[in-house]
Write a protein that binds this ligand. Structure first.
Ligand code: NAD
Length: 419
């Protein structure tokens, strides 16, 4: 369920609270509170029935202190400027938190992609590229997949951009099919990065008493949700419930994500899977389990349901699933939240690898990608835990503190105390 209060106001609140703990230069906080540039476009697409439909698209470039803007493209019927601005801000924090030389950006189109044919999706993507081509580029702003978009669309995007600039430019976007310059391991990267951290928490406990083969609940069964369910299942963890936009399914004895995926491919949803009971997305969040993994939309954990959440760990693969009031309740309940800016950062880290490979005209093996991703995720996690301990705070605030310190070092802006 979506909550009407501005997500961007919430995003700013977290930024402000963390800036206070970090002792951030107020001038830098003011800069980070606003996106550097907002691009808003309306563009027509000729639909299969011959009619023209005008779509609204956004690209928000939040900050490029550490490197070119980087962030996904979302196709969703509820996507608006407020959402895209929040997602762009989180990208700045995320890239800085894991120490990669990229800035924050995000884009989206207000559309339900499920209502479009393949050819309409292609025309929509290509028309959007033409509308924003001047503002993006391999050294300026590099999009990637997010909700409602996939590798195929990234391929169309790169192709259209290359035609506009008159030369092959695969590095303009990441998350492409491997045959046209995509990186091995990009499709699994978001879940894989989160899984490295989850495994470390389960193995070393890190202040959370969970079973060594924990019970897992996953909300969302797309790129992030399906891959995390698969990885957890392969590690012997028990997936007791999963869901998608149509609802959830539960089997206390464990679900095999591969079989659930087969059912979804045939029916279009996880709902109705044989051997499991159906349930609502709301009830799914409140199930008795060790680990809850929101992997769909933002704002699903609120002050209305936080008190009923029974998980011991929340691994935020979705961006912004927890509202600030809920954060406070969960912290008081002793629930460990691995925040989105860390938990799902594997996606942008491997996007960064893809960009490096494209620029150097090289191809890394899947093993090379994993070998490089794992230490980035685990070292970032440990550095954040250290700050969490010294500042006696939650992991989200600690991740922001790490990110803000990195940004501050690079943004060399005079601190009022030094003027
Ligand atoms: P996706 O489109 O592949 O999958 C989204 C899933 O969420 C689908 O199964 C959909 O049915 C489900 N869903 C939609 N509305 C829902 C609702 N109201 N309740 C329950 N489920 C619902 O998208 P994705 O790429 O997996 O992205 C999911 C989340 O992960 C987003 O928040 C995204 O920003 C974040 N994320 C994705 C990546 C990536 O690399 N794909 C990287 C970082 C963060």
């Amino acid at each position: 369920m979506r909550v009407s209060m501005s997500i961007y106001t919430n995003a700013q609140k977290i930024l402000e609270a963390s800036a206070k703990i970090a002792g951030l230069n107020p001038a830098i906080l003011e800069i980070l509170k606003k996106p550097k540039r907002i691009i808003q476009v309306s563009f027509p697409v000729k639909m299969d029935d011959g009619s023209a439909r005008v779509f609204k698209g956004y690209r928000v470039q939040h900050n490029n202190t550490l490197g070119p803007h980087k962030g996904g493209l979302r196709y969703h019927e509820a996507t608006d400027l407020d959402e895209v601005k929040s997602l762009a801000l989180w990208m700045t924090i995320k890239c800085a938190a894991v120490g990669i030389p990229l800035g924050g950006g995000k884009g989206g189109i207000t559309v339900n992609p499920k209502e479009l044919s393949e050819s309409e999706k292609e025309k929509l993507t290509r028309a959007f590229v033409r509308a924003i081509a001047d503002c993006i580029g391999p050294d300026k702003d590099i999009p990637a997949p997010d909700m409602g978009t996939n590798a195929q669309m990234m391929g169309w995007f790169a192709d259209e951009y290359s035609k506009i600039v008159g030369k092959p430019s695969p590095a303009v976007i990441t998350g492409k099919p491997v045959e046209v310059g995509g990186s091995l391991g990009r499709d699994t990267a978001t879940a894989q990065g989160g899984f490295y951290i989850l495994k470390e928490m389960v193995t070393w406990q890190r202040g959370c008493q969970v079973e060594t083969l924990p019970k897992i609940v996953v909300q969302g069964f797309g790129n992030a949700g399906w891959h995390i369910a698969r990885l957890c299942h392969e590690a012997g963890y028990k997936i007791i419930a999963v869901s998608d936009s149509r609802g959830g399914i539960l089997n206390e004895n464990g679900l095999n994500p591969n079989e659930v995926l087969e059912h979804k491919k045939i029916t279009g949803s996880v709902v109705g899977f044989a051997g499991a009971g159906n349930m609502s997305n709301e009830d799914l969040l409140e199930l008795e389990c060790d680990v809850l993994i929101p992997s769909a939309l933002e704002n699903v954990i609120t002050d209305l349901n936080a008190q009923n959440i029974k998980a011991k760990i929340i691994l935020e693969l979705a961006n912004g699933p927890t509202r600030p009031e809920a954060d406070k309740i969960l912290f008081e309940k002793g629930i460990k939240i691995v925040p989105d800016v860390l938990a799902n950062a594997g996606g942008v880290v491997v996007s960064y690898f893809e960009w490096l490979q494209n620029k150097a005209d090289k191809k890394w093996s899947a093993e090379q990608v994993q070998e490089k991703l794992k230490p980035i995720m685990l070292n970032s996690f440990r550095a954040i835990l250290e700050i969490q301990n010294t500042k006696q705070t939650d992991m989200r605030t600690a991740a922001y503190v790490v990110a803000l310190k990195r940004l501050e070092e690079t943004m060399s802006f005079p601190h009022p105390k030094e003027q």
